[in-house]
Design a binder for this molecule. Structure first.
Ligand code: GDG
Length: 482
């Protein structure tokens, strides 16, 4: 944004399922720490500059003295927090139920994993309404409210019902499915009309944006598409204009690049590779999730080992799986599948002194994560579907030796930006993915450097600060009819 626009002056209120904090007890004292995810890094400077407010679920029960902790946080961090508490039952139905067992699989094209339950939907509505009540009580006419992600789609419409007229924006971090899939959702119209209550709706990719517009046209005959522009589609609905755009999220390139060059990371990277005795490391880092394509990746690696004997003893797949949603049955099944597959492949191909798959089921400290990125010759980012996938971008930013090869799924949002210089694969194609692994393994140094150089330029240029600026810039263009 080069010009100062009306929205630049407004206080920014961010609403997300989780607050960007960790509340914990240390030596008998409650403490609050700022979170470290990409969204906090991107939004913290903007929200600070506008003395803003972040509203969300604190992720803890009723034990901690939140008012006092939030006051301290506000003084130290320069922006305020407001909590929306959730009961156990709400967590079950709104979060694990409707959000993660209906919307999550459906929006990732995995209809077979969907469970559509009326009582989960009701709780989703109630919890969204509670978020809306907190937003309404804590904001005024001049604030700009930015709601994040699929857990809170209804908040905008509920705020309109409460009479709020201020600017409301929404960003969907996960994909938006095709109309044919989306219409299977029993509450499809409710979700669409709720999205149309915002002034600006942002998606990760042009494909997601088109899928949404096509669903809206098909399912809501009353709406009109006013204008289709490269940057935005303008929809007229109930006398208002809704802007729909795509804004690929990214990372703080400079922060990753600088941290990856630190001595601490260099030492950890050296140590890691030393233990792997000079062989190439192919790295996967994923949350435990059936959308990430981890079993498919293991099978492709197994096929590569069958097909290409030169890989034996010369490469190891290092797969980090971060435990997640472990109370949901589908996730428990996935964990068992991974244990079984990695055991089978290691016992089939392993030899004294060489383990084909190092499979780690825990999260890594940040230094370790950066060391893994920096030292791995190949990164495998092969989700079956993904909104963006920040691991792909983090790997490029931390690949400071400039010689890593990125193998990337064509179904990750990141493929739109990185696809030209990564090795693109269809994760369902075991043979093709196995061939890409071998191609990465044998890629000459010069080609590696050329490709990684282009990837790093792309991630550097379109970093997360660019994402925030372009999203808020689109909102500033106003809501008048063209
Ligand atoms: C959504 C969308 C979209 C992973 N393992 C460790 C660790 N991580 C960090 C990575 C990265 C983050 O977790 C994962 O980012 P993703 O982009 O894969 O996905 P989500 O945040 O789960 O979800 C996704 C994103 O929103 C943003 O819009 O890209 O498509 O699903 O930052 O670094 N961090 C540490 N240790 C680990 O072991 N410290």
């Amino acid at each position: 944004m080069t010009e100062k626009t009306q929205s630049d002056d407004k206080r920014l209120v961010v609403v997300s399922n989780r607050l960007p904090i960790a509340v914990g007890e240390e030596a008998g004292q409650w403490r609050i720490k700022p979170g470290s995810g990409g969204l906090v890094t991107a939004l913290a400077p903007v929200i600070k500059a506008r003395q803003g407010l972040w509203i969300g679920w604190p992720g803890c029960g009723e034990g901690p003295p939140l008012d006092e902790l939030f006051d301290n946080f506000g003084r130290e961090q320069g922006y305020r927090l407001a909590a929306v508490p959730l009961s156990e039952e709400e967590e079950e139905r709104y979060y694990r139920g409707f959000s993660n067992s209906a919307l999550w699989p459906l929006f990732h094209d995995l209809l077979g994993n969907c469970r559509f339950r009326g009582d989960d939907w009701q709780t989703y509505l109630e919890v969204n309404r509670r978020f809306a009540d907190v937003v309404a009580s804590r904001t005024g006419e001049d604030d700009l409210v930015w709601v994040q992600d699929y857990q809170l789609i209804m908040v905008g419409a509920q705020l309109r019902e409460l009479g709020l007229r201020q600017k409301l924006a929404f960003f969907l971090h996960i994909p938006f499915p095709t109309h044919d899939l989306f219409r299977r959702l029993p509450w499809n119209r409710e979700i669409l009309t709720a999205l149309l209550a915002y002034d600006l709706v942002g998606f990760q990719t042009l494909r997601d944006r088109r899928n949404f517009v096509n669903s809206a046209i098909a399912l809501i005959p009353e709406l009109q598409v006013e204008r289709r522009q490269r940057a935005q589609t303008l929809i007229r609905y109930q006398g208002r204009i809704v802007r729909v755009g795509h804004f690929p999220i990214s990372i703080d390139f400079a922060e990753f690049n600088d941290a990856a060059r630190s001595q601490e990371v260099a030492d950890a990277a050296w140590y890691l590779h030393e233990n792997l005795e000079g062989r190439q490391v192919m790295l996967g880092v994923d949350r435990l999730d059936y959308t990430k394509g981890i079993p498919e990746r293991f099978r492709a690696f197994e096929r590569a080992l069958e097909k290409y004997p030169d890989l034996h003893r010369n490469i190891s797949l290092l797969q980090v799986v971060v435990p997640s949603r472990t109370q949901v049955p589908d996730y428990q099944d996935l964990k068992q599948t991974l244990d079984r597959l990695s055991g089978r492949i290691n016992s089939r191909f392993g030899e004294p002194g060489w383990i084909p798959i190092h499979y780690v089921f825990r999260s890594l400290e940040r230094t370790q994560l950066l060391a893994h990125y920096r030292t791995s010759e190949i990164a495998l980012v092969t989700p079956l579907r993904d909104g963006m996938n920040l691991v792909a971008k983090e790997y490029c930013a931390a690949s400071v030796e400039n010689n890593g090869v990125l193998i990337l799924s064509e179904f990750a949002g990141a493929a739109d930006q990185l696809g030209k210089h990564a090795l693109l694969v269809n994760p369902y194609d075991v043979e093709g993915t196995a061939d890409a692994m071998h191609r990465a393994f044998t890629m000459p140094g010069e080609e590696r450097r050329r490709r990684m150089g282009m990837l790093r330029t792309q991630v550097r240029r379109y970093d997360v600060h660019h994402w925030v600026r372009s999203f808020l810039g689109a909102l500033s263009t106003g809501t008048q009819l063209p």
